[in-house]
Design a protein around this ligand. Sequence first.
Ligand code: GDP
Ligand code: MG
Length: 346
Amino acid sequence: MPSDVCVVIPAYNASSTIGNIIIGALKHVSRVIVADDGSTDNTAVAASGAGAEIVIIDRNRGKGNALKVLFQKTVDEGYDAVISMDADEQHDPEEIPKFLAAHIMHPDDIISGSRMGEKEKIPRARYNSMCIARYYISLAANQFIEDTQCGFRLYPLSIIKKIRLKTEKFVTETELLMKAGDIGADIRFVSIKTIYNENGTHFKPVKDIVAITAYVISYIYVKWFIEGITSNDSNTYSAKSHVRDLIGRNKKMDILFQMFTVFTALPATVFFLLEYQFLGLLMPNNFASIRERGFGFSKITLSTQMLPVLLIVAGIEKIVNVAWPKVNILDGFIKRFFSNLWKDTE
Ligand SMILES: Nc1nc2c(ncn2[C@@H]2O[C@H](COP(=O)(O)OP(=O)(O)O)[C@@H](O)[C@H]2O)c(=O)[nH]1
Ligand SMILES: [Mg+2]
């Protein structure tokens, strides 16, 4: 049993499920730490009864904050890596050894669970939004990430120390992947079971998806701004002085910036395409992260221009489905414009 890796669980009102996860995890690691995020049920009692150590957060501040607290604690205690798990039994602790084995082979890489081996078990709307999200998150992270929204991950703390996490709630895990990839870290996968159970969700489909989307767009905006005017600069993130983090220092300015990037994303992508084509003649290897992969900028520009069309297609499908529930035009559209640019996997 490794003593330098522990399991961390951000938990909110998970008293009925947390115990089993902890008991299962303690078979594979010697320590489990739970952040009880202002739960109003008996989460802390259930967790400590099952053998976990508890960090109490006085009021509910969201998953991102709880993860930051857990990272800080494990960094301070000198751990080498942490495995994060959800509190609602969507992750099977029996799969922890896969992460540990991958960590031994690749100690400097993030190891993420991927549910794509059983993608038919993922609710369709969730799967479609995951496909679009990963198209852009992969671009920001300089590599194809199979499952960008899985909370079952192993993080080497050496990577966590190099990153400043600025976002909250469900955005933080996406921010982490983008920044880790953008400093040059590799993100690998281990296949895990896809579990959708009756335990409900705290994820708010509209609010949380909007928050993730706006942050991803604003992050890529800054990344491409930097890459457009520099040569050979595919790793643009630095915790010391990163433009996106500087903007994030002021909450109001951050929201305004995110709104600005969302509303100007379409013309901005055309601007970046021109910069790629023409400034690239004077500035060799600008947009290095895109040139390195060899898929060109036109494809990305076209996909991005398709985003409003996607909303229209989704709307049409919803209306048509009232009379013909089997009609499905959205999946093909997403496959056509937002599939894996890296092409080695589907
Ligand atoms: N600390 C904390 N953790 C949360 C909160 N909401 C969700 N989580 C954690 O994040 C996991 C995933 O959230 P969940 O609501 O199940 O979203 P879904 O699985 O994506 O539908 C949960 O199992 C919890 O472990 C919260 O408000 N605070
Ligand atoms: Mg869940």
